[in-house]
Structure formats: C-alpha cells, structure tokens
Design a protein around this ligand. Structure first.
Ligand code: DX5
Ligand code: ZN
Length: 223
C-alpha cells in the first residue's frame, strides 16, 4: 500500500490558512486533512464548507475532509461542492452510513468511514465493499495535541487482515497523536495513511517532520 502523509489543518495558523496549505504541498504532503466539527458530535467547532471552498482556490492538493458531525448526510453535498476529494463520515453519527457513502461515491470522489476509539472495528466491516478508506481514530475526536491511544493498534491489525482476506486495497488512515514512533507502530499493524497536526505544524521544519513520518511508516509497514 502507498504510504500517504496528511497534515491536519487543525494545528495550522488560521490567519494564514491559504499559505499554510501551499506550504504543506511544498513540504511533500500527499494530502491535506481538514477537520469539520459541529460542536455536537464532538465538543468543538471548526470551519464549514464555504471556508473549504475558498481554500480550494489555493491548492490542488487532495482535500481529505473528516466530518465530525451528528448529521453528515445533510452537509455532504456542500462539501462535495466545496471541492473535497475524500469525505469521511463516522459510523457513530445519526445519519445512515451507507447512504452517506453512496452519496459521496455518486459524486465521483472517495468515501471514508471512521470509528472513534471506543467503537469496535467490526462496525465498519459491512461498508468495506464501498469505502475507499477507513479512518481509525487514535484519540477521542475533537482536539489536536492529545496522546495516542494504544488500544487502537489491534483494531488496525484486525481491519488490515479483514481487508486482505477480502483482497481489498482499502486505505487505513490513523488520526490523533501521530508522531514518528506511533506512526511506526500503526504501520506495523497495517495503517498506510497518517494524519498529523501537532507533529507537523508545530515543528519549525515541517518538511523534515513529514520526511520523518514517511520514513518511520515506510520502514515499518507490515513488518
Ligand atoms: C482530532 C482530529 C485530528 C487532529 C489530530 O479530532 O481529527 O485530525 O488534528 O491532531 P494531532 O496530530 O495533534 O493529534
Ligand atoms: Zn481528523
């Protein structure tokens, strides 16, 4: 599986978002993770579709949009319109997950499904036929800068072996507390897409931070 690094905009300088995005591409990021929070599904609020739409004009980098919304189905058309390349919804939301994934796929973009740390990974298995990506949360969603939850590792392992048993090349993304050490552990279990906010944006040398994440995950993937 191709290793991809997806810096999370949640930790960027919000007064310079456009510049930050351009810089991530220059620094070698494969995609850009955009966290959308409604203050209800998670105890925090971020940005909405109009902001994503205006940022779309700044870069052609892949927009990896993570919807932490109670009713994602209501807002999926707005994020498709805003130029998302991948939209991920949570199985714990109130919307019908399959309907969400079908709506995203019908727009010709990639669909992802996510689980919170306390949700069993088996809950995504019924969507593996349609999902391009599974996002395994490695912290409680809502805030950047939290510590990695080790209990996510066996979930990643179980998911990768289920994908392999079904001959699926599903991307497995991890999000929360990702640094070179935790990226290596997740890669060993079969994760190949690495979201990172703090480790990349708070490093004075983000290019080096991306490189170290890429090295750690490449060297350890399924080892
Ligand atoms: C948390 C978000 C993450 C967050 C990760 O709910 O989904 O994308 O930005 O931040 P770090 O990498 O700082 O743990
Ligand atoms: Zn996220």
């Amino acid at each position: 599986m191709k290793i991809k690094i997806s810096p999370s905009l949640l930790s960027c300088d919000y007064s310079r978002m456009g510049e930050e995005i351009k810089n991530m591409k220059r620094c070698g990021a494969d995609m850009l993770h955009i966290d959308i929070m409604d203050g209800h599904f998670v105890p925090n609020i971020t940005i909405g579709a109009p902001v994503v739409k205006s940022l779309r004009g700044c870069s052609d980098i892949c927009f990896d949009v993570h919807l932490m919304l109670s009713e994602p189905l209501k807002f999926i058309p707005d994020f498709i319109n805003a130029g998302a390349d991948i939209i991920t919804v949570h199985v714990e939301s109130a919307s019908d997950t399959r309907k969400c994934l079908e709506t995203i796929k019908a727009a010709g973009i990639k669909a992802g499904v996510s689980v919170k740390p306390s949700t069993d990974i088996e809950n995504v298995f019924e969507y593996l036929d349609i999902a391009d990506m599974v996002l395994v949360m490695t912290v409680e969603p809502g805030f950047g800068g939290q510590s990695f939850i080790d209990a996510a590792l066996p979930k990643i392992e179980q998911l990768r072996s289920e994908c392999e048993a079904r001959s699926l090349k599903t991307d497995i993304e991890v999000d929360g507390g990702i640094n070179p050490a935790t990226a290596a552990e997740c890669a060993q279990c079969g994760a190949n897409v690495f979201v990172s906010g703090t480790t990349i944006f708070k490093n004075p040398d983000p290019e080096q931070a991306i490189l170290l994440l890429r090295e750690a995950s490449t060297e350890n993937y399924m080892k």
